[in-house]
Design a protein around this ligand. Structure first.
Ligand code: MN
Length: 284
């Protein structure tokens, strides 16, 4: 089995999609599915509202248990479209790449994380749209819940699509854009590959275009800390009551060795700081 075929059997947290039936949304090739029915009406199928787009996101989560946002607050500043990458140590480590569009965050799970090297194509699995408020979420999803594990805001900023009709580009399977993030910048493309024979999860590739922002640096290793709090995954888990050892397995071993050798380097939790970082406050 190819790596792509194998990954098509996983959801965005690395869990096997054993009995779940996923249905392709014909309009844009993203998946809808899980236990619920297919989108019922033509209006709904066109994703005309973020409430419809978030149905799958909400179906998978218990908001009384997980600290993740349910969505719907729609507090948005008008300074460009939001971009965020969340490093997520769930069943498997991956990077959730999210782009604001039409009131939600279009989302892809990138197992190895983005690479600023144009020669490196990174697999990106399309996953369900997330609410805009999710871009500020850094904390711990309880074990046993969907995506249980530690989440870090690894990079954030704004993005600019190359074309006006993002929906058409996503449907066509080729979305070109520029990133203005704290770690990633310049011109990028998301390209959809052939779908698996069963038509399960659409696999895309995230590729850096050649420009002034290219680099052969392994940025996931050289810049492993949160863009909003400066914390490693292990420190986030420690502050938020998560599984520290599991979280630490997603941090570079050298960084963890430094903390073990000199525990005074461990970031102290800020008093009263909540798991959700509010985008109204500039992230530094
Ligand atoms: Mn994830």
């Amino acid at each position: 089995m190819s790596i792509e075929a194998s990954l098509n059997l996983l959801d965005d947290h690395g869990n096997r999609l054993a009995s779940k039936q996923f249905i392709r949304d014909k309009r844009c090739g993203r998946t809808v599915g899980g236990s619920g029915p297919a989108l019922p009406t033509p209006r709904a199928a066109r994703y005309t509202s973020s409430q419809v787009a978030l149905a799958e996101y909400r179906r998978k989560r218990r908001f009384g248990v997980t600290p993740e946002p349910a969505g719907g607050k729609q507090r948005r500043r008008a300074r460009g479209l939001l971009y965020v990458v969340q490093k997520h140590r769930a069943s498997h480590l991956h990077y959730d790449f999210r782009l604001e569009w039409n009131g939600v965050l279009l989302s892809w799970a990138v197992p190895k994380g983005p690479s600023p090297d144009p020669a490196v194509k990174r697999l990106a699995m399309a996953v369900e749209d997330h609410p805009l408020e999710y871009a500020s979420f850094e904390g711990v999803i309880p074990e046993g819940e969907y995506g249980g594990g530690t989440v870090m805001v690894w990079d954030r900023g704004t993005w600019t699509p190359d074309v006006a009709d993002v929906d058409a580009a996503v449907q066509k399977g080729e979305l070109k854009f520029a990133l203005q993030g704290q770690k990633l910048s310049g011109s990028w493309v998301l390209v959809r590959t052939r779908s698996s024979p069963r038509g399960n999860k659409p696999a895309w590739l995230l590729i850096k275009h050649r420009d002034a922002a290219v680099s052969t640096e392994d940025i996931a290793t050289t810049e492993p800390r949160s863009a909003v709090s400066g914390r490693l995954l292990a420190e986030i888990a420690w502050h938020e009551g998560g599984d520290v050892a599991k979280a630490a397995s997603g941090d570079p071993p050298g960084e963890i060795r430094k903390l073990i050798a000199k525990p005074s380097l461990v970031r102290q939790r800020r008093r009263g700081k909540r798991a959700v970082w509010h985008s109204s406050k500039p992230a530094r």
